[in-house]
Design a binder for this molecule. Structure first.
Ligand code: BES
Ligand code: MN
Ligand code: MN
Length: 454
């Protein structure tokens, strides 16, 4: 492995320059106006896969954004790893809070700043460079590699599930390798073995047939904003539990063993609160912070729209108000089932003075990877070799919708070998990625090919 690792180290600056080019594509999947950028970004990924040594590269058009596929199957008898990542990114607003332009990457203190730097372009690019290094130094890979890089992760991977179903044979593999999660702490090699799922809902309340003068009508007609606020407030009880009937029915209890493993991570509530500048943490009673983040389902209002929000004052009762509400789910909750319970409950607590419409925007299944497979063990060893420290195992509060689908359709376990940090502002202004972790990621990936091929 020595020569490959040396090669990766000596090419660091080139890799960073290439990553900059990748980060310049404004590949925001949710905005129609960026559709052309999405296509160009997919073409860039395909081009880099070819350049890295993949023998077959194809861009598959979908009803949404293109999927990039690549393969090199020159190691018969050896395992096949499917590497998944996403080239789409989140919108940039609020743009005024960025210290540099989001699609004009800058490097400061060994970090690269740009939208998508850590989620997921920087992390995904790691594997393209490790493959390339292998080919350049050895002329071949020690195992079979397939890539599937999508452009719709940030909008729920709407078309990828169907694609996987239709291309089961093409995507056949022994394990799925994903770098789209975080390290427990800077410099600590980490494997994530659990992800939360999601049920994303919208609630719209309609009151009077037009906006009203709040003096002439206030007190006699229901105010949709007041009603909506009341409904939202009713979704939790005093102990921080979600009040939707049957919400917790399918939640798997935490095992003693996991409880102990979490404890051993020595998580500091104090430090966590301090970093976020909040005086105290909150949440469901009788669970630790890590338990509340990783193994307990939650409900949060993500946005609320209604009434007058401009500068100054306007006395008005708005005709309608709406809220985006999402629930993070844990094994074995089902997003469709939860969406139904949510809808039923919201309808049951809405007063007759207004009408309500509940929509199910999208969902994701939670996932849990067994800790015993060959791939996850190889990944832990590989990260340990690159970072020079013992690998820790953790779960994650965020979601990657397609992981459960890989498990269900391809029957392949996913290995989440992430290199980001939750403090790297993903989905937020000034997103960045540590270039040290970028370099160690490429080394970890190269070690993985070797370890997993054994
Ligand atoms: N890479 C993230 C998932 C993630 C978040 C991993 C935080 C580790 C830490 C992914 O791109 C993401 O943002 N997922 C969405 C999925 C949703 C849009 C269906 C999420 O979790 O909100
Ligand atoms: Mn991501
Ligand atoms: Mn994301």
């Amino acid at each position: 492995m020595e020569p490959i690792i040396e090669f990766i180290k000596s090419n660091h600056d080139t890799y960073v320059e290439e990553l900059k080019t990748f980060l310049r594509f404004p590949s925001i999947s949710t905005l129609q106006e960026n559709n052309e950028d999405m296509k160009n970004c997919a073409a860039f990924v395909a081009d880099k896969l070819k350049g890295a040594g993949m023998s077959r590269v194809e861009i598959f058009a979908t009803e949404g954004h293109p999927i990039v596929y690549g393969e090199w199957l020159g190691a018969p008898g050896k395992p096949t790893v499917l590497i998944y990542g996403h080239y789409d990114v989140q919108p940039v607003d609020p743009i005024e809070l960025w210290n540099s332009r989001p699609f004009d990457p800058v490097i400061k203190d060994d970090k690269i700043y740009a939208r998508g730097a850590t989620d997921d372009k920087g992390q995904m690019y790691i594997h393209i460079k490790s493959v390339e290094a292998y080919f350049k130094v050895k002329g071949s890979l020690p195992l079979n590699v397939k890539f599937i890089i999508e452009g719709e992760e940030e909008i729920g991977s709407e078309h990828l599930g169907g694609f996987i179903q239709q291309h089961k044979d093409l995507l056949k593999c022994d394990s799925v390798l994903i770098s789209d999660t975080s390290l427990y702490e800077a410099g600590i090699p980490t494997i994530t073995y659990g992800l939360r799922g999601l049920a994303y809902m919208e609630v719209e309340i309609v009151g009077p047939n037009k906006d009203l003068h709040s003096g002439s009508f206030g007190g006699a007609v229901a105010n949709p904003i007041n009603v909506l606020a009341e409904i939202i407030a009713k979704l939790h009880d005093k102990k921080g539990r979600v009040t939707i009937p049957n919400f917790y029915d399918d939640v798997l209890p935490l095992t003693k063993e996991e409880k102990q493993n979490f404890k051993a991570l020595n998580f500091s509530d104090k430090k966590f609160a301090k970093e976020l500048e909040v005086k105290e943490l909150t949440g469901e009673a009788n669970f630790s912070t890590l338990e509340r983040l990783w193994v307990r389902p939650t409900l949060d209002c993500n946005g609320i729209i209604g009434g007058f929000t401009g500068k100054g004052a306007k006395t008005v009762i708005a005709s309608r108000a709406s809220a985006k509400i999402s629930m993070r789910l844990v094994p074995n909750q089902d997003p469709k089932k939860i969406a139904k319970s949510f809808t039923k409950y919201i309808k049951s607590i809405t007063p007759n003075s207004v009408t309500v419409k509940v929509s199910d925007l999208h969902g994701a299944h939670p996932s849990l990877s067994p800790l015993t497979g060959k791939a996850i063990k190889a990944a832990a060893v590989s990260m340990q070799k690159a970072f020079g420290k013992k690998t820790v195992f953790m779960r994650e509060g965020g979601s990657i919708p397609i992981v459960a689908t890989f498990q269900r359709i391809l029957k392949a376990p996913s290995v989440l070998m992430g290199f980001g940090l939750n403090s790297e502002n993903l989905h937020s202004p000034n997103e960045h990625f540590s270039l040290t972790h970028f370099q160690l990621g490429i080394q970890s990936s190269a070690h993985f090919f070797e370890e997993y091929s054994k």
